[in-house]
Design a protein around this ligand. Structure first.
Ligand code: FES
Length: 105
């Protein structure tokens, strides 16, 4: 499976889907620029912000209360904003595309 990260400038990166890994872990282990994951996946740093492609919201689900508190503090909170560390890769997410916000360039 594949998950695609699209940087704010449009640069696209396909990474292998590793079941059970979070989107933040997949991004950092593949060197995707713009995803730092400073807190190690504790939903407390906001440096793993991703914006889920509209077509995928039904599959990924919506963000939790704790995620909302974090992403709503960011300069660029979209309705589909998620914390990458809180989205776990699973086979159903094969083909998922997420965009990275401008402030994480
Ligand atoms: Fe810190 Fe996701 S890695 S909030």
């Amino acid at each position: 499976g594949t998950i695609t990260f699209v940087e704010y400038d449009g640069t696209s990166h396909d990474v292998d889907l590793v079941e059970g890994a979070s989107l933040m872990e997949l991004a950092t282990s593949n060197g995707i620029p713009g995803i730092d994951g400073d807190c190690g996946g504790e939903a407390s740093c906001g440096t793993c912000h991703v914006i889920v492609d509209d077509a995928w919201i039904a599959t990924t689900g919506t963000r939790s209360h704790v995620e909302s508190q974090m992403v709503e503090m960011s300069p660029e909170c979209a309705p589909n904003s998620r914390l990458g560390c809180q989205v776990k890769a699973c086979p159903a997410l094969d083909g998922l595309t997420v965009r990275l916000p401008e402030f994480q360039m």
